[in-house]
Structures are given as structure tokens and as C-alpha cells.
Design a protein around this ligand. Structure first.
Ligand code: C5P
Length: 236
């Protein structure tokens, strides 16, 4: 049961519950991009992202990945284990897209021979700069052991998700993961959804993710619904 609001982020609101070790994440319809400079709402976005995240967390748990996911309490509300978030955005990249093509001479669509793992420091003040393992350790963001573990988990999750999405007709150029600490363990946290991944339709190459909003590429709700139809057909 939700008690008080703990924190309201760009797309989710986090609530306390009766249990001090558990929180509820409510997936909202609001959208932001470019450090909050662009804002909007999309009908049913929270619902589709919540259902897609649920499906992916359940699948990853079955594959032995430890996550913060505990269950759903409504269509848009996810019960999660309370964690202390590690302040790193962990981004596995399979095909070049987005910021990596702006920072380096790498053409969009370049298929990497092996997955590229990028760490961004989660900081609005510093605009999420790219960091490496040594800087993260030096800053005390995580221990060397934690970083090594996060790195190996990210590659494992990437392999699982890449083949899962391919089986559903999507390429997975990149996606963002967040990890957290609970009871001395590192758990996969946050969400995995159309807001945090790039999905390209394997037939048409079209974006089926938040790039639709970032770059005005069409009807976001319709694309998210199509992703949900392929990943969670049972809700239709
Ligand atoms: O912007 P960039 O190309 O670095 O994003 C890489 C991936 O991480 C994309 O799938 C994007 O949706 C995701 N991302 C995110 N939250 C951020 C930054 C990136 O979910 N704050």
C-alpha cells in the first residue's frame, strides 16, 4: 500500500509503503528529453512501460539475474525492493546511435564487432558525463568489486535481451541500466522499457522508442503499444 511520496522523477513517482524495505514505482505518462528541456505526455505510456518492464524483469529473474522487482500492485504500479542507487548509468551498445555518434566519429547504424559498455555519471549538475571504471572508483561511486560485477551483469543482460528482442522483431542498438545496493548485494533496478532502450523494427528500421519523442518521429503511443503487443500480448 502506498503511503507517502518519496520522490518524483521524470517518468516515475516513487512511494514509500508499509514495509520499510519496499517501495512502489508508479509509471507515469509524462515524458522528458534533453535534460528536461523538452516535455510532454503520451497516452498510456506509463501503462505500456510498466507492463514491458515487468515482463523483462520476470524474464531476467528466470535467467538468474537479481533485480529489485517484487511484483505489480496495479497496471502502472510496481512493487520493488528499496535500494541505494549506484550513480552510474550503465549503457550496453550493440549498434551506434545517439550520443556516441555525436561524441566520436562513428556513423549511426555501425554494428559493433563486440558490445561496447559505456558508463555515464548520473548527475544533472554535470549533465551525465561519460566516466570510466577508475574515475568511478576514485570518486567513491562504487568499489572496484562492484564495478566489475556491474560490468559482467550488463554484458550478460545484453546477451539475453539482444536475442529476446530479435525473436520479437526488434534490433536493440542500446539501452540503459541502473543498479542498486540492498543487503550487501547489487541488484538490477529502475526500469527497462521503451523510454530506456532503443528498439528498431527489424523489417523497417523504424524507431519504436523514446527517439520518436526526442526527434518528432511520429506517434509515440502507437509505437509503444506495438512494442507491448509483441512483448506482452497477454494484456491485449
Ligand atoms: O543518449 P544516449 O545515446 O547516450 O542513450 C543511450 C541509451 O540510454 C538510449 O537507449 C537511451 O534511451 C538510454 N538513456 C536513458 N536515460 C538517460 C540517458 C540515456 O534511458 N538519462
Amino acid at each position: 500500500m502506498k503511503t507517502e511520496e518519496l520522490y518524483s522523477g521524470k517518468a516515475k513517482t516513487i512511494y514509500k509503503t508499509d514495509n520499510p524495505d519496499e517501495l512502489i514505482a508508479e509509471f507515469r505518462d509524462s515524458l522528458t528529453a534533453f535534460d528536461g528541456k523538452k516535455k510532454s505526455e503520451a497516452e498510456k505510456k506509463g501503462y505500456y512501460n510498466a507492463q514491458i518492464s515487468k515482463k523483462i524483469f520476470e524474464m531476467l529473474e528466470e535467467e538468474g539475474i537479481k533485480t529489485h522487482y517484487l511484483g505489480m500492485v496495479s497496471d502502472t504500479d510496481m512493487l520493488v525492493k528499496k535500494v541505494e542507487i549506484v550513480l552510474i548509468e550503465v549503457i550496453p551498445r550493440n549498434i551506434a546511435a545517439g550520443s556516441i555518434t555525436r561524441k566520436y566519429p562513428i556513423e549511426e547504424g555501425t554494428v559493433f564487432k563486440e558490445p561496447v559498455l559505456v558508463f555515464d555519471y548520473k548527475s544533472d549538475e554535470y549533465a551525465d558525463p561519460m566516466i570510466n571504471d577508475d574515475i568511478a572508483v576514485a570518486m567513491g561511486i562504487a568499489t572496484r568489486e562492484e564495478i566489475d560485477y556491474i560490468r559482467s551483469m550488463a554484458f550478460k543482460i545484453n546477451e539475453i535481451l539482444k536475442s529476446y528482442f530479435e525473436s520479437k522483431g526488434f534490433l536493440l542498438p542500446d539501452f540503459k541500466l541502473e543498479f542498486g545496493r540492498a543487503d550487501g548485494e547489487i541488484l538490477l533496478a529502475d526500469e527497462i522499457s521503451c523510454d530506456t532502450c532503443r528498439f528498431w523494427d527489424v523489417e523497417t528500421g523504424e524507431s519504436m522508442d523514446k527517439d520518436i519523442f526526442r526527434f518528432d518521429k511520429g506517434d509515440l503511443s502507437k509505437a509503444y503499444e506495438e512494442v507491448a503487443r509483441r512483448l506482452v500480448p497477454e494484456i491485449f
